[in-house]
Design a protein around this ligand. Structure first.
Ligand SMILES: Cc1cc2nc3c(=O)[nH]c(=O)nc-3n(C[C@H](O)[C@H](O)[C@H](O)COP(=O)(O)O)c2cc1C
Length: 315
């Protein structure tokens, strides 16, 4: 049976986290993943305090297993949300887009396991120093906000640099990805794109169809000029942004206006013309909508089979 340090740390059955996804990762998805033995995570981005509190309470009615909340540290209202996770007794907090150091003392005092996302070795080291329980090393293959270094290169370097458990993210979609990340030294994985097509994931059906039809080269990164690169499916809007980004006559405000609210439009309306369909490169491998339970179980059993056969490589 597959178990790792991350299972003991987060009190979960399998070393699989469902990534926080703005506007998407709600109580329904998070509780389904937690019930399946992974760690379901509610996203705070795209909500307000009242909604976040109600989603947390909803998860608790749907599962008695651990779950997490993801906070994007540059998002509005994050200070209040940082207090709210303490008040509501959230067991795990993952963070993105910034340094959570100013919240650490309160979170650690409340017994919260803090697991920041890191896209570099230096940031992972810093997170370990300020008391993170584990770190998510996320490579540039991932959907959403991305760094430059690929998962294959980043994960072993982060594993060498820190003593806390490392969770690999970016480009993992099946048991081969999980087994490979364990070989790189990680103690678990976080998947986002694969869970976009979970039956319990409430995104618009156009969004799901686009993931299921995606090829290996279906994504692109836009926003490098603004310093906020985002990986998304190629769409009319994403292509227009990419073209305008290289046009020096286009001002920064015009660019940011173009992408604003695009993920929400993709999630709620499935709008082909105005939607920003964030997804990772692994979308090209995802071919069916399944329950969160089937996703978690199939990834684990495939990884177990592969790991059992590992000595076949040795002669
Ligand atoms: C649509 C979408 C939205 C995301 N939003 C967030 C977010 O709000 N906060 C965060 O920390 N990560 C976010 N991510 C990253 C995921 O949590 C996860 O780390 C990533 O999807 C893993 O790579 P993968 O897409 O290759 O599975 C998002 C990813 C996607 C696909």
């Amino acid at each position: 049976m597959l178990r790792s340090k991350v299972c003991d740390l987060l009190k979960i059955e399998y070393p699989i986290l469902q990534g926080g996804m703005a506007w998407i990762a709600d109580a329904a998805l998070a509780s389904a993943v937690s019930e399946a033995g992974g760690l379901g995570i509610i996203s705070a981005m795209g909500t307000d305090c009242e909604r976040l509190r109600s989603e947390i309470r909803k998860v608790k009615t749907l599962t008695d297993k651990p779950f997490g909340v993801n906070l994007m540290l540059m998002s509005p209202g994050v200070e209040d949300m940082a207090k709210l996770v303490v008040e509501e007794g959230v067991p795990v907090v993952t963070t993105g887009a910034g340094n959570p150091s100013k919240y650490m003392e309160a979170w650690l005092a409340a017994g919260i396991k803090v697991v920041p996302v890191a896209a570099s070795v230096a940031f992972a080291r810093l997170m370990e120093r300020i008391g993170a329980s584990a770190v998510i090393a996320e490579g540039g293959e991932a959907g959403g906000h991305v760094g430059d270094t690929s998962t294959m290169a980043l994960v072993p370097q982060v594993c060498d640099a820190v003593r806390i458990p490392v969770i690999a993210a970016g480009g993992i979609g099946d048991g081969r990805g999980l087994a490979a990340c364990l070989m790189l030294g990680a103690s678990g994985v976080q998947m986002g794109t694969r869970f976009l097509v979970a039956q319990e994931c409430g995104i618009h059906e156009n969004y799901k169809k686009k993931i299921l039809k995606a090829s290996d080269i279906a994504t692109l990164v836009t926003g490098r000029r603004s310093g906020h690169p985002i990986r998304t499916l190629k769409s009319p809007l994403a292509r227009r942004y990419a073209e305008m980004e290289f046009d020096r006559s286009v001002c920064d405000d015009q660019l940011s206006g173009l992408r604003a609210g695009g993920l929400k439009k993709a999630v709620l309306d499935g709008s082909e013309s105005e939607g920003y369909f964030m997804a990772g490169q692994i979308a090209g491998m995802i071919r069916e909508e399944q329950s969160a339970r089937d996703i978690v179980r199939s990834v684990v059993s495939e990884a177990e089979e592969l790991l059992k056969r590992c000595d076949a490589w040795l002669v």
